[in-house]
Design a protein. Structure first.
Length: 502
């Protein structure tokens, strides 16, 4: 906080209207050099819109923007870049078939005196930037050989290398494992010391309290207030964001001990996972914990029928079943909320109504005719329960905020009313208020005797909700299963890193 310098960007009375939606109304926001400033608020509050207005992606309806005290116009993203503004969006864009150095110099390759591309100098300068930020990546490495986390670090390093004076991180930790988050925080610290201004958007409270100096809260397109991090706490912040007390959101009622619904016996798929055994009872939440990329998603995809297996059995209600594709999975009463929701879950150009019913049309149609009344009623029900922020359920999903799009995918699978719900990282990108709604919905399902399998890399969530946690390490190797009374965050992390078995 001591390193905080002069005000770098100031946004005054910003308004932004989309057809039928006032996304921003008289928003005031500013950030100083060397400051990490959090931008928080519920899904649909206007965070991404504010950032896109600053970055020249959207044009504001009214209001002023100042950079280093000078009033500026930012008609497009190139103008933003020229002013020293840079943003790392959640769906990172980087050329995967090129090396790290080529990505750094994309579009402006260095030439030597006789006009040839000067590879040595490019590698050298790129490596220097990576080293300076302590990023353990070789400048010559191809980007597609890097982990998602490393790719994100490389993008940040590139912005640093381009002398950006402001860096915006929109939910940067969504795809990162715990130790990678710590790496990211170190980089943020270095950039801060260099005087870079940083805007940090996240739904994870403890991250905000770890790295941010100040916090601005948006609600329904308005600025609620700006606070010093040292003068507030999680409860205070959440109640200002949500407008009500959320309480201890991870404590749900547990209903263990019902009859067995699903048994997985020695499921193997070469190169993806091996010897997976699992028993799931009515009313139970079975957690699967593992680092991103460890093979946890592959396991649940196979149970659902989305991927083939080499050997093993899936037993439902005591009977062995053959599940070869997702249609088999759905007809056997299994739903899967996939991790990669943008590509696997939504029809972006269609309405909320359409999307929520997408997996249930066979249940509400007769002789090829859809019961339109039921369709609307179900869509309204789940849209309300999940508090989707929208003028109407006729709205196209593409126009919703990121978090609200995710709520729609969750609504789609709840609407199917299956027996077994598999949730792969259900709350990434979802605001605290909506998270607690989702947990309440889960609790409701469990009380009706349904079962849940949940993948989460977020420890407070999985430890709070699961009755049992199976831990996976690299290559889909099962390190063991812990019962609720054995849960311990350090132990779970050690097991996930392959250092310890149960
Ligand atoms: N292109 C668009 N057309 C119509 N409405 C839009 C468009 N983009 C955003 N909106 C609306 O503007 C409001 C603010 O959305 P925004 O994406 O800024 O929210 P956010 O705070 O980033 O939420 P999240 O945490 O879910 O990402 C929402 O009501 C959203 O539906
Ligand atoms: Mg957003």
């Amino acid at each position: 906080m001591e390193s905080m310098g002069k005000e770098f960007v100031r946004m005054e009375n910003i308004c932004k209207e989309f057809p039928g939606v006032k996304a921003l109304q008289d928003v005031n926001f500013s950030v100083c050099s060397g400051e990490v400033h959090a931008l928080v608020g519920e899904n649909g509050a206007g965070k991404s819109t504010l950032i896109k207005t600053l970055m020249g992606v959207h044009q504001r309806t009214s209001g002023e923007i100042y950079v280093e005290g000078k009033k500026v116009e930012i008609p497009n993203p190139i103008a933003a870049q020229e002013l020293g503004l840079a943003a790392v969006y959640q769906d990172v864009t980087i050329a995967k078939h090129l090396s790290v150095a080529e990505n750094f110099f994309l579009g402006r390759l260095l030439k030597n005196k006789i006009g040839l591309v000067d590879w040595d100098r490019m590698y050298h300068e790129t490596q220097a930037a990576l080293d300076e930020l302590n990023i353990k990546v070789d400048a010559r490495q191809l980007v597609h050989s890097l982990s998602a986390a490393q790719q994100e670090m490389v993008i940040i390093a590139k912005k640093f290398f381009q002398h950006s004076k402001l860096l915006i991180l929109d939910e940067p930790t969504a795809l990162l494992a715990n130790d990678e988050v710590n790496e990211l925080f170190k980089i943020i610290q270095t950039l801060k010391e260099r005087g870079t201004a940083i805007i940090y958007i996240s739904h994870r409270m403890e991250e905000i309290f770890k790295v941010c100096d100040n916090i601005t809260i948006l609600k329904d397109g308005h600025t609620v207030t700006t606070l010093k991090t040292s003068e507030t706490d999680e409860n205070d912040l959440v109640s200002k964001m949500v407008g009500r007390d959320v309480g201890d959101m991870y404590s749900i009622e547990h209903f263990p001990g019902g009859e067995v619904t699903l048994e997985v016996k020695d499921l193997c798929a070469e190169g993806r996972f091996e010897h997976v055994n699992m028993t799931v009872r009515k009313g139970e939440v079975v957690g699967i914990f593992g680092l991103v990329g460890s093979g946890r998603s592959e396991i649940v995809r196979a149970i659902f029928g989305a991927d083939p297996v080499d050997s093993g059995e899936i037993i439902l209600h005591g009977k062995k079943v053959d599940i070869h594709n997702p249609v088999d999975g759905i007809h056997n009463g299994i739903s899967l909320l996939p991790e990669d929701r943008k590509t696997q879950g939504l029809a972006l150009g269609s309405s909320i109504t359409n999307n929520i019913n997408l997996a249930s049309y066979d249940l509400i149609s007769k002789l090829g005719f859809i019961n339109v009344g039921t369709e609307k009623q179900k869509a309204q029900k789940y849209s309300d329960k999940l508090r989707v922020v929208t003028p109407s359920i006729a709205q196209k999903v593409i126009n919703l905020s990121g978090g609200n799009q995710q709520k729609v995918v969750i609504g789609k699978w709840l609407c199917r009313e299956s027996e077994i719900f598999i949730f792969d990282e259900p709350t990434v990108g979802i605001d605290v208020g909506a998270k607690s709604e989702i947990y309440k919905l889960m609790e409701e399902l469990l009380s009706q005797g349904k079962s849940v399998i949940m993948i989460s890399s977020y420890l407070p969530e999985i430890m709070g909700l699961a009755d049992r946690i199976m831990v996976i390490t690299d290559g889909g190797k099962v390190m063991g299963t812990l019962e609720r009374e054995e849960f311990n965050d350090e132990r779970l992390l050690r097991m996930a890193s392959g250092l310890e078995t149960a």
